[in-house]
Design a binder for this molecule. Structure first.
Ligand code: AMP
Ligand code: MG
Length: 328
């Protein structure tokens, strides 16, 4: 059995999770930077990781009930993400790997969001809807890689929700608050619905939604309209992906997977195409270390370890730039 400690630190959150090769999540702890005002500053976020990381790593071992010498493998989020955050996290991972004398594995953060969903659902070959603060992609496995079938051409859906939230005075992260307000209304105000082929765009609707607020439209109405429009766009391209690929599973992953309305809409799409549906559970949906640890184990088993000298972070690492050696 291999015990892997996974470190996640691509953006606002630092997480440490311990997972075994037998599929047991022994621990999973994280902390999300909550700026008093404004958005996430990369340097502030990296300082957050540096100051809280060591204690979180210790806590992950305490929760798992293991000592450091029982760890067989260190995995870390090598990219994509904010440079300063990635570098801080990589430094902790390298230090641990050298100190404990165990191999080091660099994990693609987006691939980890998919693999933790496969882990939880038992799916082998889903169309994945990966929606978070930094990404909005429809992904499916083909020819040895996770291929992006469609994605946002500008901002991610989570970022759109967070920036709108900041404009109207909500705390970060705004996604859950937008969801609560949306429940109070069913008055739809028109917002730009922007689907271009298999790609989508959210910046136009963000601008329009802010304008609705400035014009005095009630917040629940706007939140309802934002959700119906932005989720409808995702559903359209997800439906096209499942219709074309004829895959029989649909996976919803990433922080925005916590949204119940989005889940309901995509579940409807999957049902219409006779596909099974799974939404990653809230504890594994956002950025956390267990997904890095689990993907680290898969990668390790396929022989993909790193030397410290060549473990540079990859801030713009795309999902489809990695060979997935552990899938047939
Ligand atoms: P991640 O980047 O994967 O950690 O996910 C964080 C993003 O998920 C932020 O943009 C949040 O606003 C968003 N989020 C979290 N919960 C919800 C929710 N219930 N509905 C919509 N978005 C959410
Ligand atoms: Mg993420």
């Amino acid at each position: 059995m291999t015990i892997c400690l996974g470190l996640e630190g691509t953006a606002h959150s630092f997480g440490a999770g311990i997972v075994t090769s037998e599929g047991e999540v022994m621990s999973n702890v994280w902390d999300m930077l909550q700026p008093a005002e404004g958005g996430i500053h990369p340097r502030e976020a990296s300082q957050h990781h540096a100051s809280l990381g060591p204690a979180l790593i210790r806590r992950s071992m305490d929760d798992a009930g293991i000592a450091s010498h029982q760890i067989d493998l260190i995995a870390f989020s090598q990219g994509p993400g904010l440079g300063p955050c990635l570098r801080t996290t990589a430094t902790m991972a390298r230090t641990l790997s050298l100190k404990l004398g165990v191999p080091l594995v660099g994990v693609n953060h987006c691939v980890a969001h998919i693999e933790i969903g496969n882990f939880e659902s038992g799916f082998l070959d889903p169309v994945t809807v990966y929606v978070s603060g930094g990404n909005s992609q429809i992904i499916a496995f083909a020819g040895g890689r996770y291929r992006t079938f469609g994605e946002t051409l500008d901002i991610a859906i989570g970022n759109m929700l967070d920036v709108f939230g900041r404009h109207v005075g909500m705390q970060f992260p705004a996604g859950p608050r937008v969801e609560l307000f949306a429940k109070e209304s069913s008055n739809y105000h028109s917002l730009p619905y922007s689907v271009k082929g298999m790609d989508i765009s959210y910046s136009g609707m963000l601008t329009a939604a802010k304008r609705l607020f400035d014009d005095g439209i009630p917040l629940p109405d706007i939140c309802y309209s934002i959700q119906e429009t932005s989720f409808g766009m995702l559903a359209e391209i997800a439906e096209r992906a499942i219709a074309h690929t004829k895959k029989k599973e649909m996976l919803l992953t990433g922080g925005v997977a916590r949204n119940n309305r989005l889940t309901e809409i995509l579940e409807g799409v999957a049902n219409r195409h006779g596909a099974k549906f799974h939404r990653v559970s809230p504890a594994l949906a956002g950025d956390q270390g267990a997904m890095i640890a689990w993907t680290g184990i898969l990668q390790f088993q396929s022989g993909a370890t790193l030397e410290v000298e060549t473990s540079q972070v990859i801030p713009k690492w795309r999902t489809d730039e990695q060979d997935i050696g552990w899938k047939p």
